[in-house]
Structures are given as structure tokens and as C-alpha cells.
Design a protein around this ligand. Structure first.
Ligand SMILES: [Fe+2]
Length: 510
């Protein structure tokens, strides 16, 4: 049932809290993701979307007011899209991630800017629900300096009111820089923890795809193009890596066929991708983030894989170490068809063992462009770790602990939370029968001598038996429960979120 929730709570409701949330974790937790897959037209015709990535966008807000008080509100953020379907019985033309019937291919989630969309006039006329930013320089903020942006793998963002979650604006990357006119980008921009500068790429498809890697400066909002890559195939790249001196982009095996031209015909990403070919090696590009005159410093071929989520990267002398959960094919994209995820479908169990990630670490030498990226280690495939998280204080620095969600075939998708210790190569697990956790957000302890794993994990868990969700607070050291805030309703299994601390400038006026 984690895929069929359509409930929203526009007026904040108080949740029942057990335990005590640490003072340092107070603030706001935003979550975004699918808010239902079906709607009914005014004439009673049911319209269903078929892929996890193509659901109706919804954002959730958990307001952690005190150790014992949590308020919750949520909102669908694509009402204009839903209105259009219900009134006309048609799904507006456009692109989706995987919707096959061109007549039902409207999803603007990934593709709000694949093509000019003059018909999209209202902020709720798009469907975006993958990642959350509250500190994206270069995009407009309100008079109090606050901003809340929802992002996807397109060069478009949707702006929400940070309290009511009402859509209030749309923006394209051309707002940042006129050269960022390609349609594609990474859902996961990277923010430097030292400077607050934000990094991403913009991809133009075509016979010769062009990646433009850019930086938006925190203090000025000014955007610089750091490098242009023209010798790589266009690929579906959901995230990348950042170190103190470099942006690292791994062009993995999710290549668009014919430079992406199939996108225009099939009108979805899935059918525009080439079949996975394990002979096509990855190519890691290392880009100087401090001096745009240097551009690409080195590139490194490596073993073939597909991936969604970079974990972290750092420098060891002139070498770069990068960590990422990888797949040996792209079956995981097919696994995410809703019928393949639903526990009551026979096909779901046939897909359970497919598309499970393996956490890996890689090393490459920037002094030797053309040398291979070498795999340092990988953790057991039997765990299938995804949606990785680390202590944010260790972003761009060597980290020891990686947290993530498990797929051990106990459920059709996710069945536990793992803490992986890369020093001892041991794993600690949290699990409850029939409870499906969402991505964990690490909130570090502010203590000056805090250890790397001193903090809490925030995760929204769906209790499949009670058909209700709860916000769970775990001690990141031993995964013991610190607190939980119980809901009377369920939250659909979502993608990503953002915690904004109570003392953050972004929350000062809340
Ligand atoms: Fe993601």
C-alpha cells in the first residue's frame, strides 16, 4: 500500500510523540516523493501511472518544535496537472520517466524543460518531487531570505512556500546562466559544506551531447561554467561527486540512444536509453572547481556499472576516493514499475532479487589522466544498500560510516536500515517486520568533540500492518530508537528530503 497513498494534510496536525527528540535535531524536516498514482476524470475514467518515478508529486513538512511536539502538514504540488487530467480526460502531452502510452505521457516531473512548454503557466502545472533544497543560491528567495525548491533530473525547479508548501514559482537553470539551456541535470546538486557554493551539470542532448559543469557562488549568487565536456555520451546521471578541489562526474552505463533523439519519439527517458551494455566502461571526469581555466583535469575509465546515488568523495594527496552503490545492469529501472513493486503482484516477487545495489569505493590518480579508476572494495550484494547517507560534516572528507536502506528480499523493495562501517567492514541493522523505512537524514550532534556517528537519523517509516506512517528518530551510533512521532495517516514511499535546523538562517523566521 506504500504506493497508493493519496492523502494530504494542508492544515498542520500534531503527532503523538514517544521518547524525546534531541534539541539539536529540532527544526523542519521536508520530504518529497510520490503522492498517489491514480486519479479519476470528471467522467469517471481512471487514469493510472505505471512507474514509481511518475507519480503525483507531494511534499511533506514535519515541524519539530520541541522534544515532545511535532506538527505535520503536506500538499500535492501538481494540482494544475491533476486538474487538467480530471477536466479534459486527457493527459497533457509531454515527457515522463517511463510512461509508455504516448496518449498518457504527460509527466513533467523529469522533463519540465525538455521542450518549450508555453502551456505551463502556473507553478502547480509541473510534477516535480525528487530532491529538496533550502539554500540554493542564484534562485529567488522571499523577503525573509527563505526559499524551498523541489528538484528533479531536469534543468527546472519548482518553488514552494516553505510553510504551506503551496507552489509559488518555477525557474529554469537559464536563470542562473544563459548557457545552461540543456534540458537535463542531476536531481542531486552538490553543496560544498565549507563555502555553501552549489554545483551541478547541465546536459544538452543531440548528435554531440554537451555537459556544462557549473558552480553557483553562495555569497554572490553568480554562476560560473567550470568545464564543458563534449566527448562523453549523453547519459542519465542522477548524482555526482564533490571534493575540496574537484567536481567528479562519472558517466556510467545509462546512455541515451542516438544522442537522446529517441526522447522526442518515445517521450520518456526509459525508452530513450540504450540497452545496458557491460562492455561500455564508465568514464570518470575530474574537473577543477577552483579555476575554470583548467576545466577537466583528468579522466579515468573504469569497470562498467549503473548508479543513482553518489555517497561521498575526498582527496588523498593527488588521488581521489569516491563511494557509490552500483548496479551491474539497469534492471532496477524496470523494477520500479509500480506493478513490479506491489507486494500483492506475482511479478513483484520475481523482481525482488533483481536490481540490488552493491556499495563500492573507487580510487583514481589525477596526475595520470587516462589511468583506470580502480575499485578499492565492495560490500555484500546480499544487503542491497541504496539511498545512502553520511554525517553531513564529512561531505568532501574521508568518512567511515555509511547509512542506507536495505533490500534483503524480505519485502518487495526496502526492509531495513543499515549502518556500514568501512573500517571493520561490518554492518549494523535496524528493522521491524512489515515496516518500510524511507531515506535517512543524518543530523549530527553539535558537541565539539562529537564522533562521526554521534547524531540522529530521521526517517519516515510506513507500518504496513497499521497502514500508518511515523517519523522515527534513531541514535546513529547503535540504531536504537530515540523517539517517534506517530501519524494517523500514511506517507507514500518517497525519495529524498532535507532537514533545516532550528538555528539555521533559513528557518530564522519560521
Ligand atoms: Fe536520488
Amino acid at each position: 500500500m506504500q504506493f497508493e497513498v493519496f492523502h494530504e494534510e494542508r492544515t498542520p496536525v500534531e503527532l503523538k510523540v514517544t521518547g524525546e527528540i534531541p534539541e539539536y535535531a529540532l527544526g523542519v524536516l521536508y520530504r518529497t516523493g510520490p503522492g498517489g498514482y491514480q486519479t479519476t476524470t470528471d467522467k469517471g475514467v481512471e487514469i493510472s501511472m505505471s512507474h514509481w518515478f511518475d507519480a503525483f508529486a507531494q511534499t511533506h513538512r514535519f515541524n519539530l518544535i520541541s522534544p515532545k511536539k511535532v506538527l505535520y502538514n503536506s500538499r500535492h504540488t501538481c494540482d494544475g496537472v491533476l486538474r487538467g487530467i480530471r477536466e479534459t480526460g486527457k493527459i497533457p502531452s509531454g515527457f515522463s520517466f517511463a510512461q509508455r502510452d504516448p496518449c498518457q505521457s504527460f509527466f513533467r516531473k523529469f522533463v519540465a524543460t525538455f521542450a518549450p512548454r508555453p502551456e505551463v503557466k502556473t507553478p502547480d502545472g509541473v510534477n516535480i518531487a525528487v530532491t529538496v533544497s533550502t539554500d540554493y543560491p542564484g534562485y529567488p528567495a522571499d523577503e525573509k531570505g527563505r526559499s524551498l525548491y523541489i528538484k528533479t533530473d531536469a534543468a527546472a525547479v519548482q518553488r514552494l512556500d516553505p510553510e504551506t508548501l503551496e507552489p509559488v514559482g518555477l525557474a529554469k537553470q537559464t536563470v542562473l546562466h544563459p548557457d545552461l539551456s540543456g534540458p537535463l541535470s542531476a536531481s542531486h546538486s552538490r553543496t560544498c559544506p565549507m563555502t555553501g557554493d552549489v554545483f551541478n551539470y547541465n546536459l544538452t542532448l543531440g548528435h554531440k551531447p554537451i555537459y556544462r559543469i557549473f558552480k553557483v557562488a553562495k555569497d554572490t549568487g553568480k554562476t560560473d561554467i567550470l568545464a564543458t565536456i563534449t566527448d562523453a555520451p549523453g547519459a542519465y546521471i542522477h548524482s555526482f561527486f564533490l571534493t575540496p578541489r574537484y567536481v567528479v562526474i562519472c558517466v556510467w552505463g545509462s546512455h541515451y540512444a542516438c544522442g537522446g533523439i529517441k526522447m522526442l519519439y518515445h517521450r520518456n527517458i526509459m525508452d530513450a536509453l540504450e540497452p545496458y551494455d557491460s562492455r561500455k566502461r564508465t568514464m570518470w571526469y575530474v574537473i577543477d572547481r577552483t579555476d575554470s581555466r583548467r576545466g577537466v583535469v583528468s579522466s579515468h575509465p573504469g569497470e562498467a556499472f549503473f548508479a543513482f546515488h553518489s555517497v561521498n568523495a575526498w582527496e588523498e594527496g593527488e588521488e581521489i576516493v569516491a563511494e557509490v552503490p552500483v548496479y551491474g545492469d539497469m534492471d532496477v529501472l524496470k523494477k520500479f514499475y509500480v506493478n513490479n513493486l506491489k507486494g500483492d503482484e506475482k511479478s513483484a516477487w520475481e523482481w525482488v532479487e533483481k536490481g540490488r545495489a552493491v556499495l563500492t569505493r573507487w580510487r583514481m590518480d589525477t596526475r595520470s589522466s587516462g589511468s583506470d579508476a580502480v575499485k578499492v572494495w565492495e560490500m555484500g550484494k546480499e544487503l542491497g544498500m541504496e539511498l545512502p547517507t553520511i554525517n553531513p560534516n564529512f561531505v568532501t572528507l574521508p568518512h567511515r560510516f555509511t547509512y542506507g536502506l536495505l533490500n534483503r528480499c524480505k519485502s518487495t523493495l526496502l526492509d531495513g536500515i543499515a549502518k556500514y562501517d568501512s573500517k571493520t567492514h561490518t554492518t549494523m541493522i535496524w528493522e521491524e517486520h512489515a515496516h518500510t523505512p524511507g531515506e535517512c537524514i543524518f543530523v549530527p550532534s553539535p558537541a565539539p568533540d562529537a564522533a562521526e556517528d554521534d547524531g540522529v537519523l530521521l526517517t519516515v517509516v510506513l507500518d504496513g500492518c497499521a497502514k500508518k506512517s511515523y517519523l522515527l528518530v534513531l541514535d546513529a551510533r547503535d540504531l536504537s530508537e530515540v523517539a517517534r512521532a506517530e501519524m494517523e495517516t500514511a506517507v507514500g514511499l518517497g525519495f529524498h528530503g532535507k532537514h533545516v535546523g532550528r538555528d539555521s538562517p533559513a528557518l530564522a523566521e519560521y
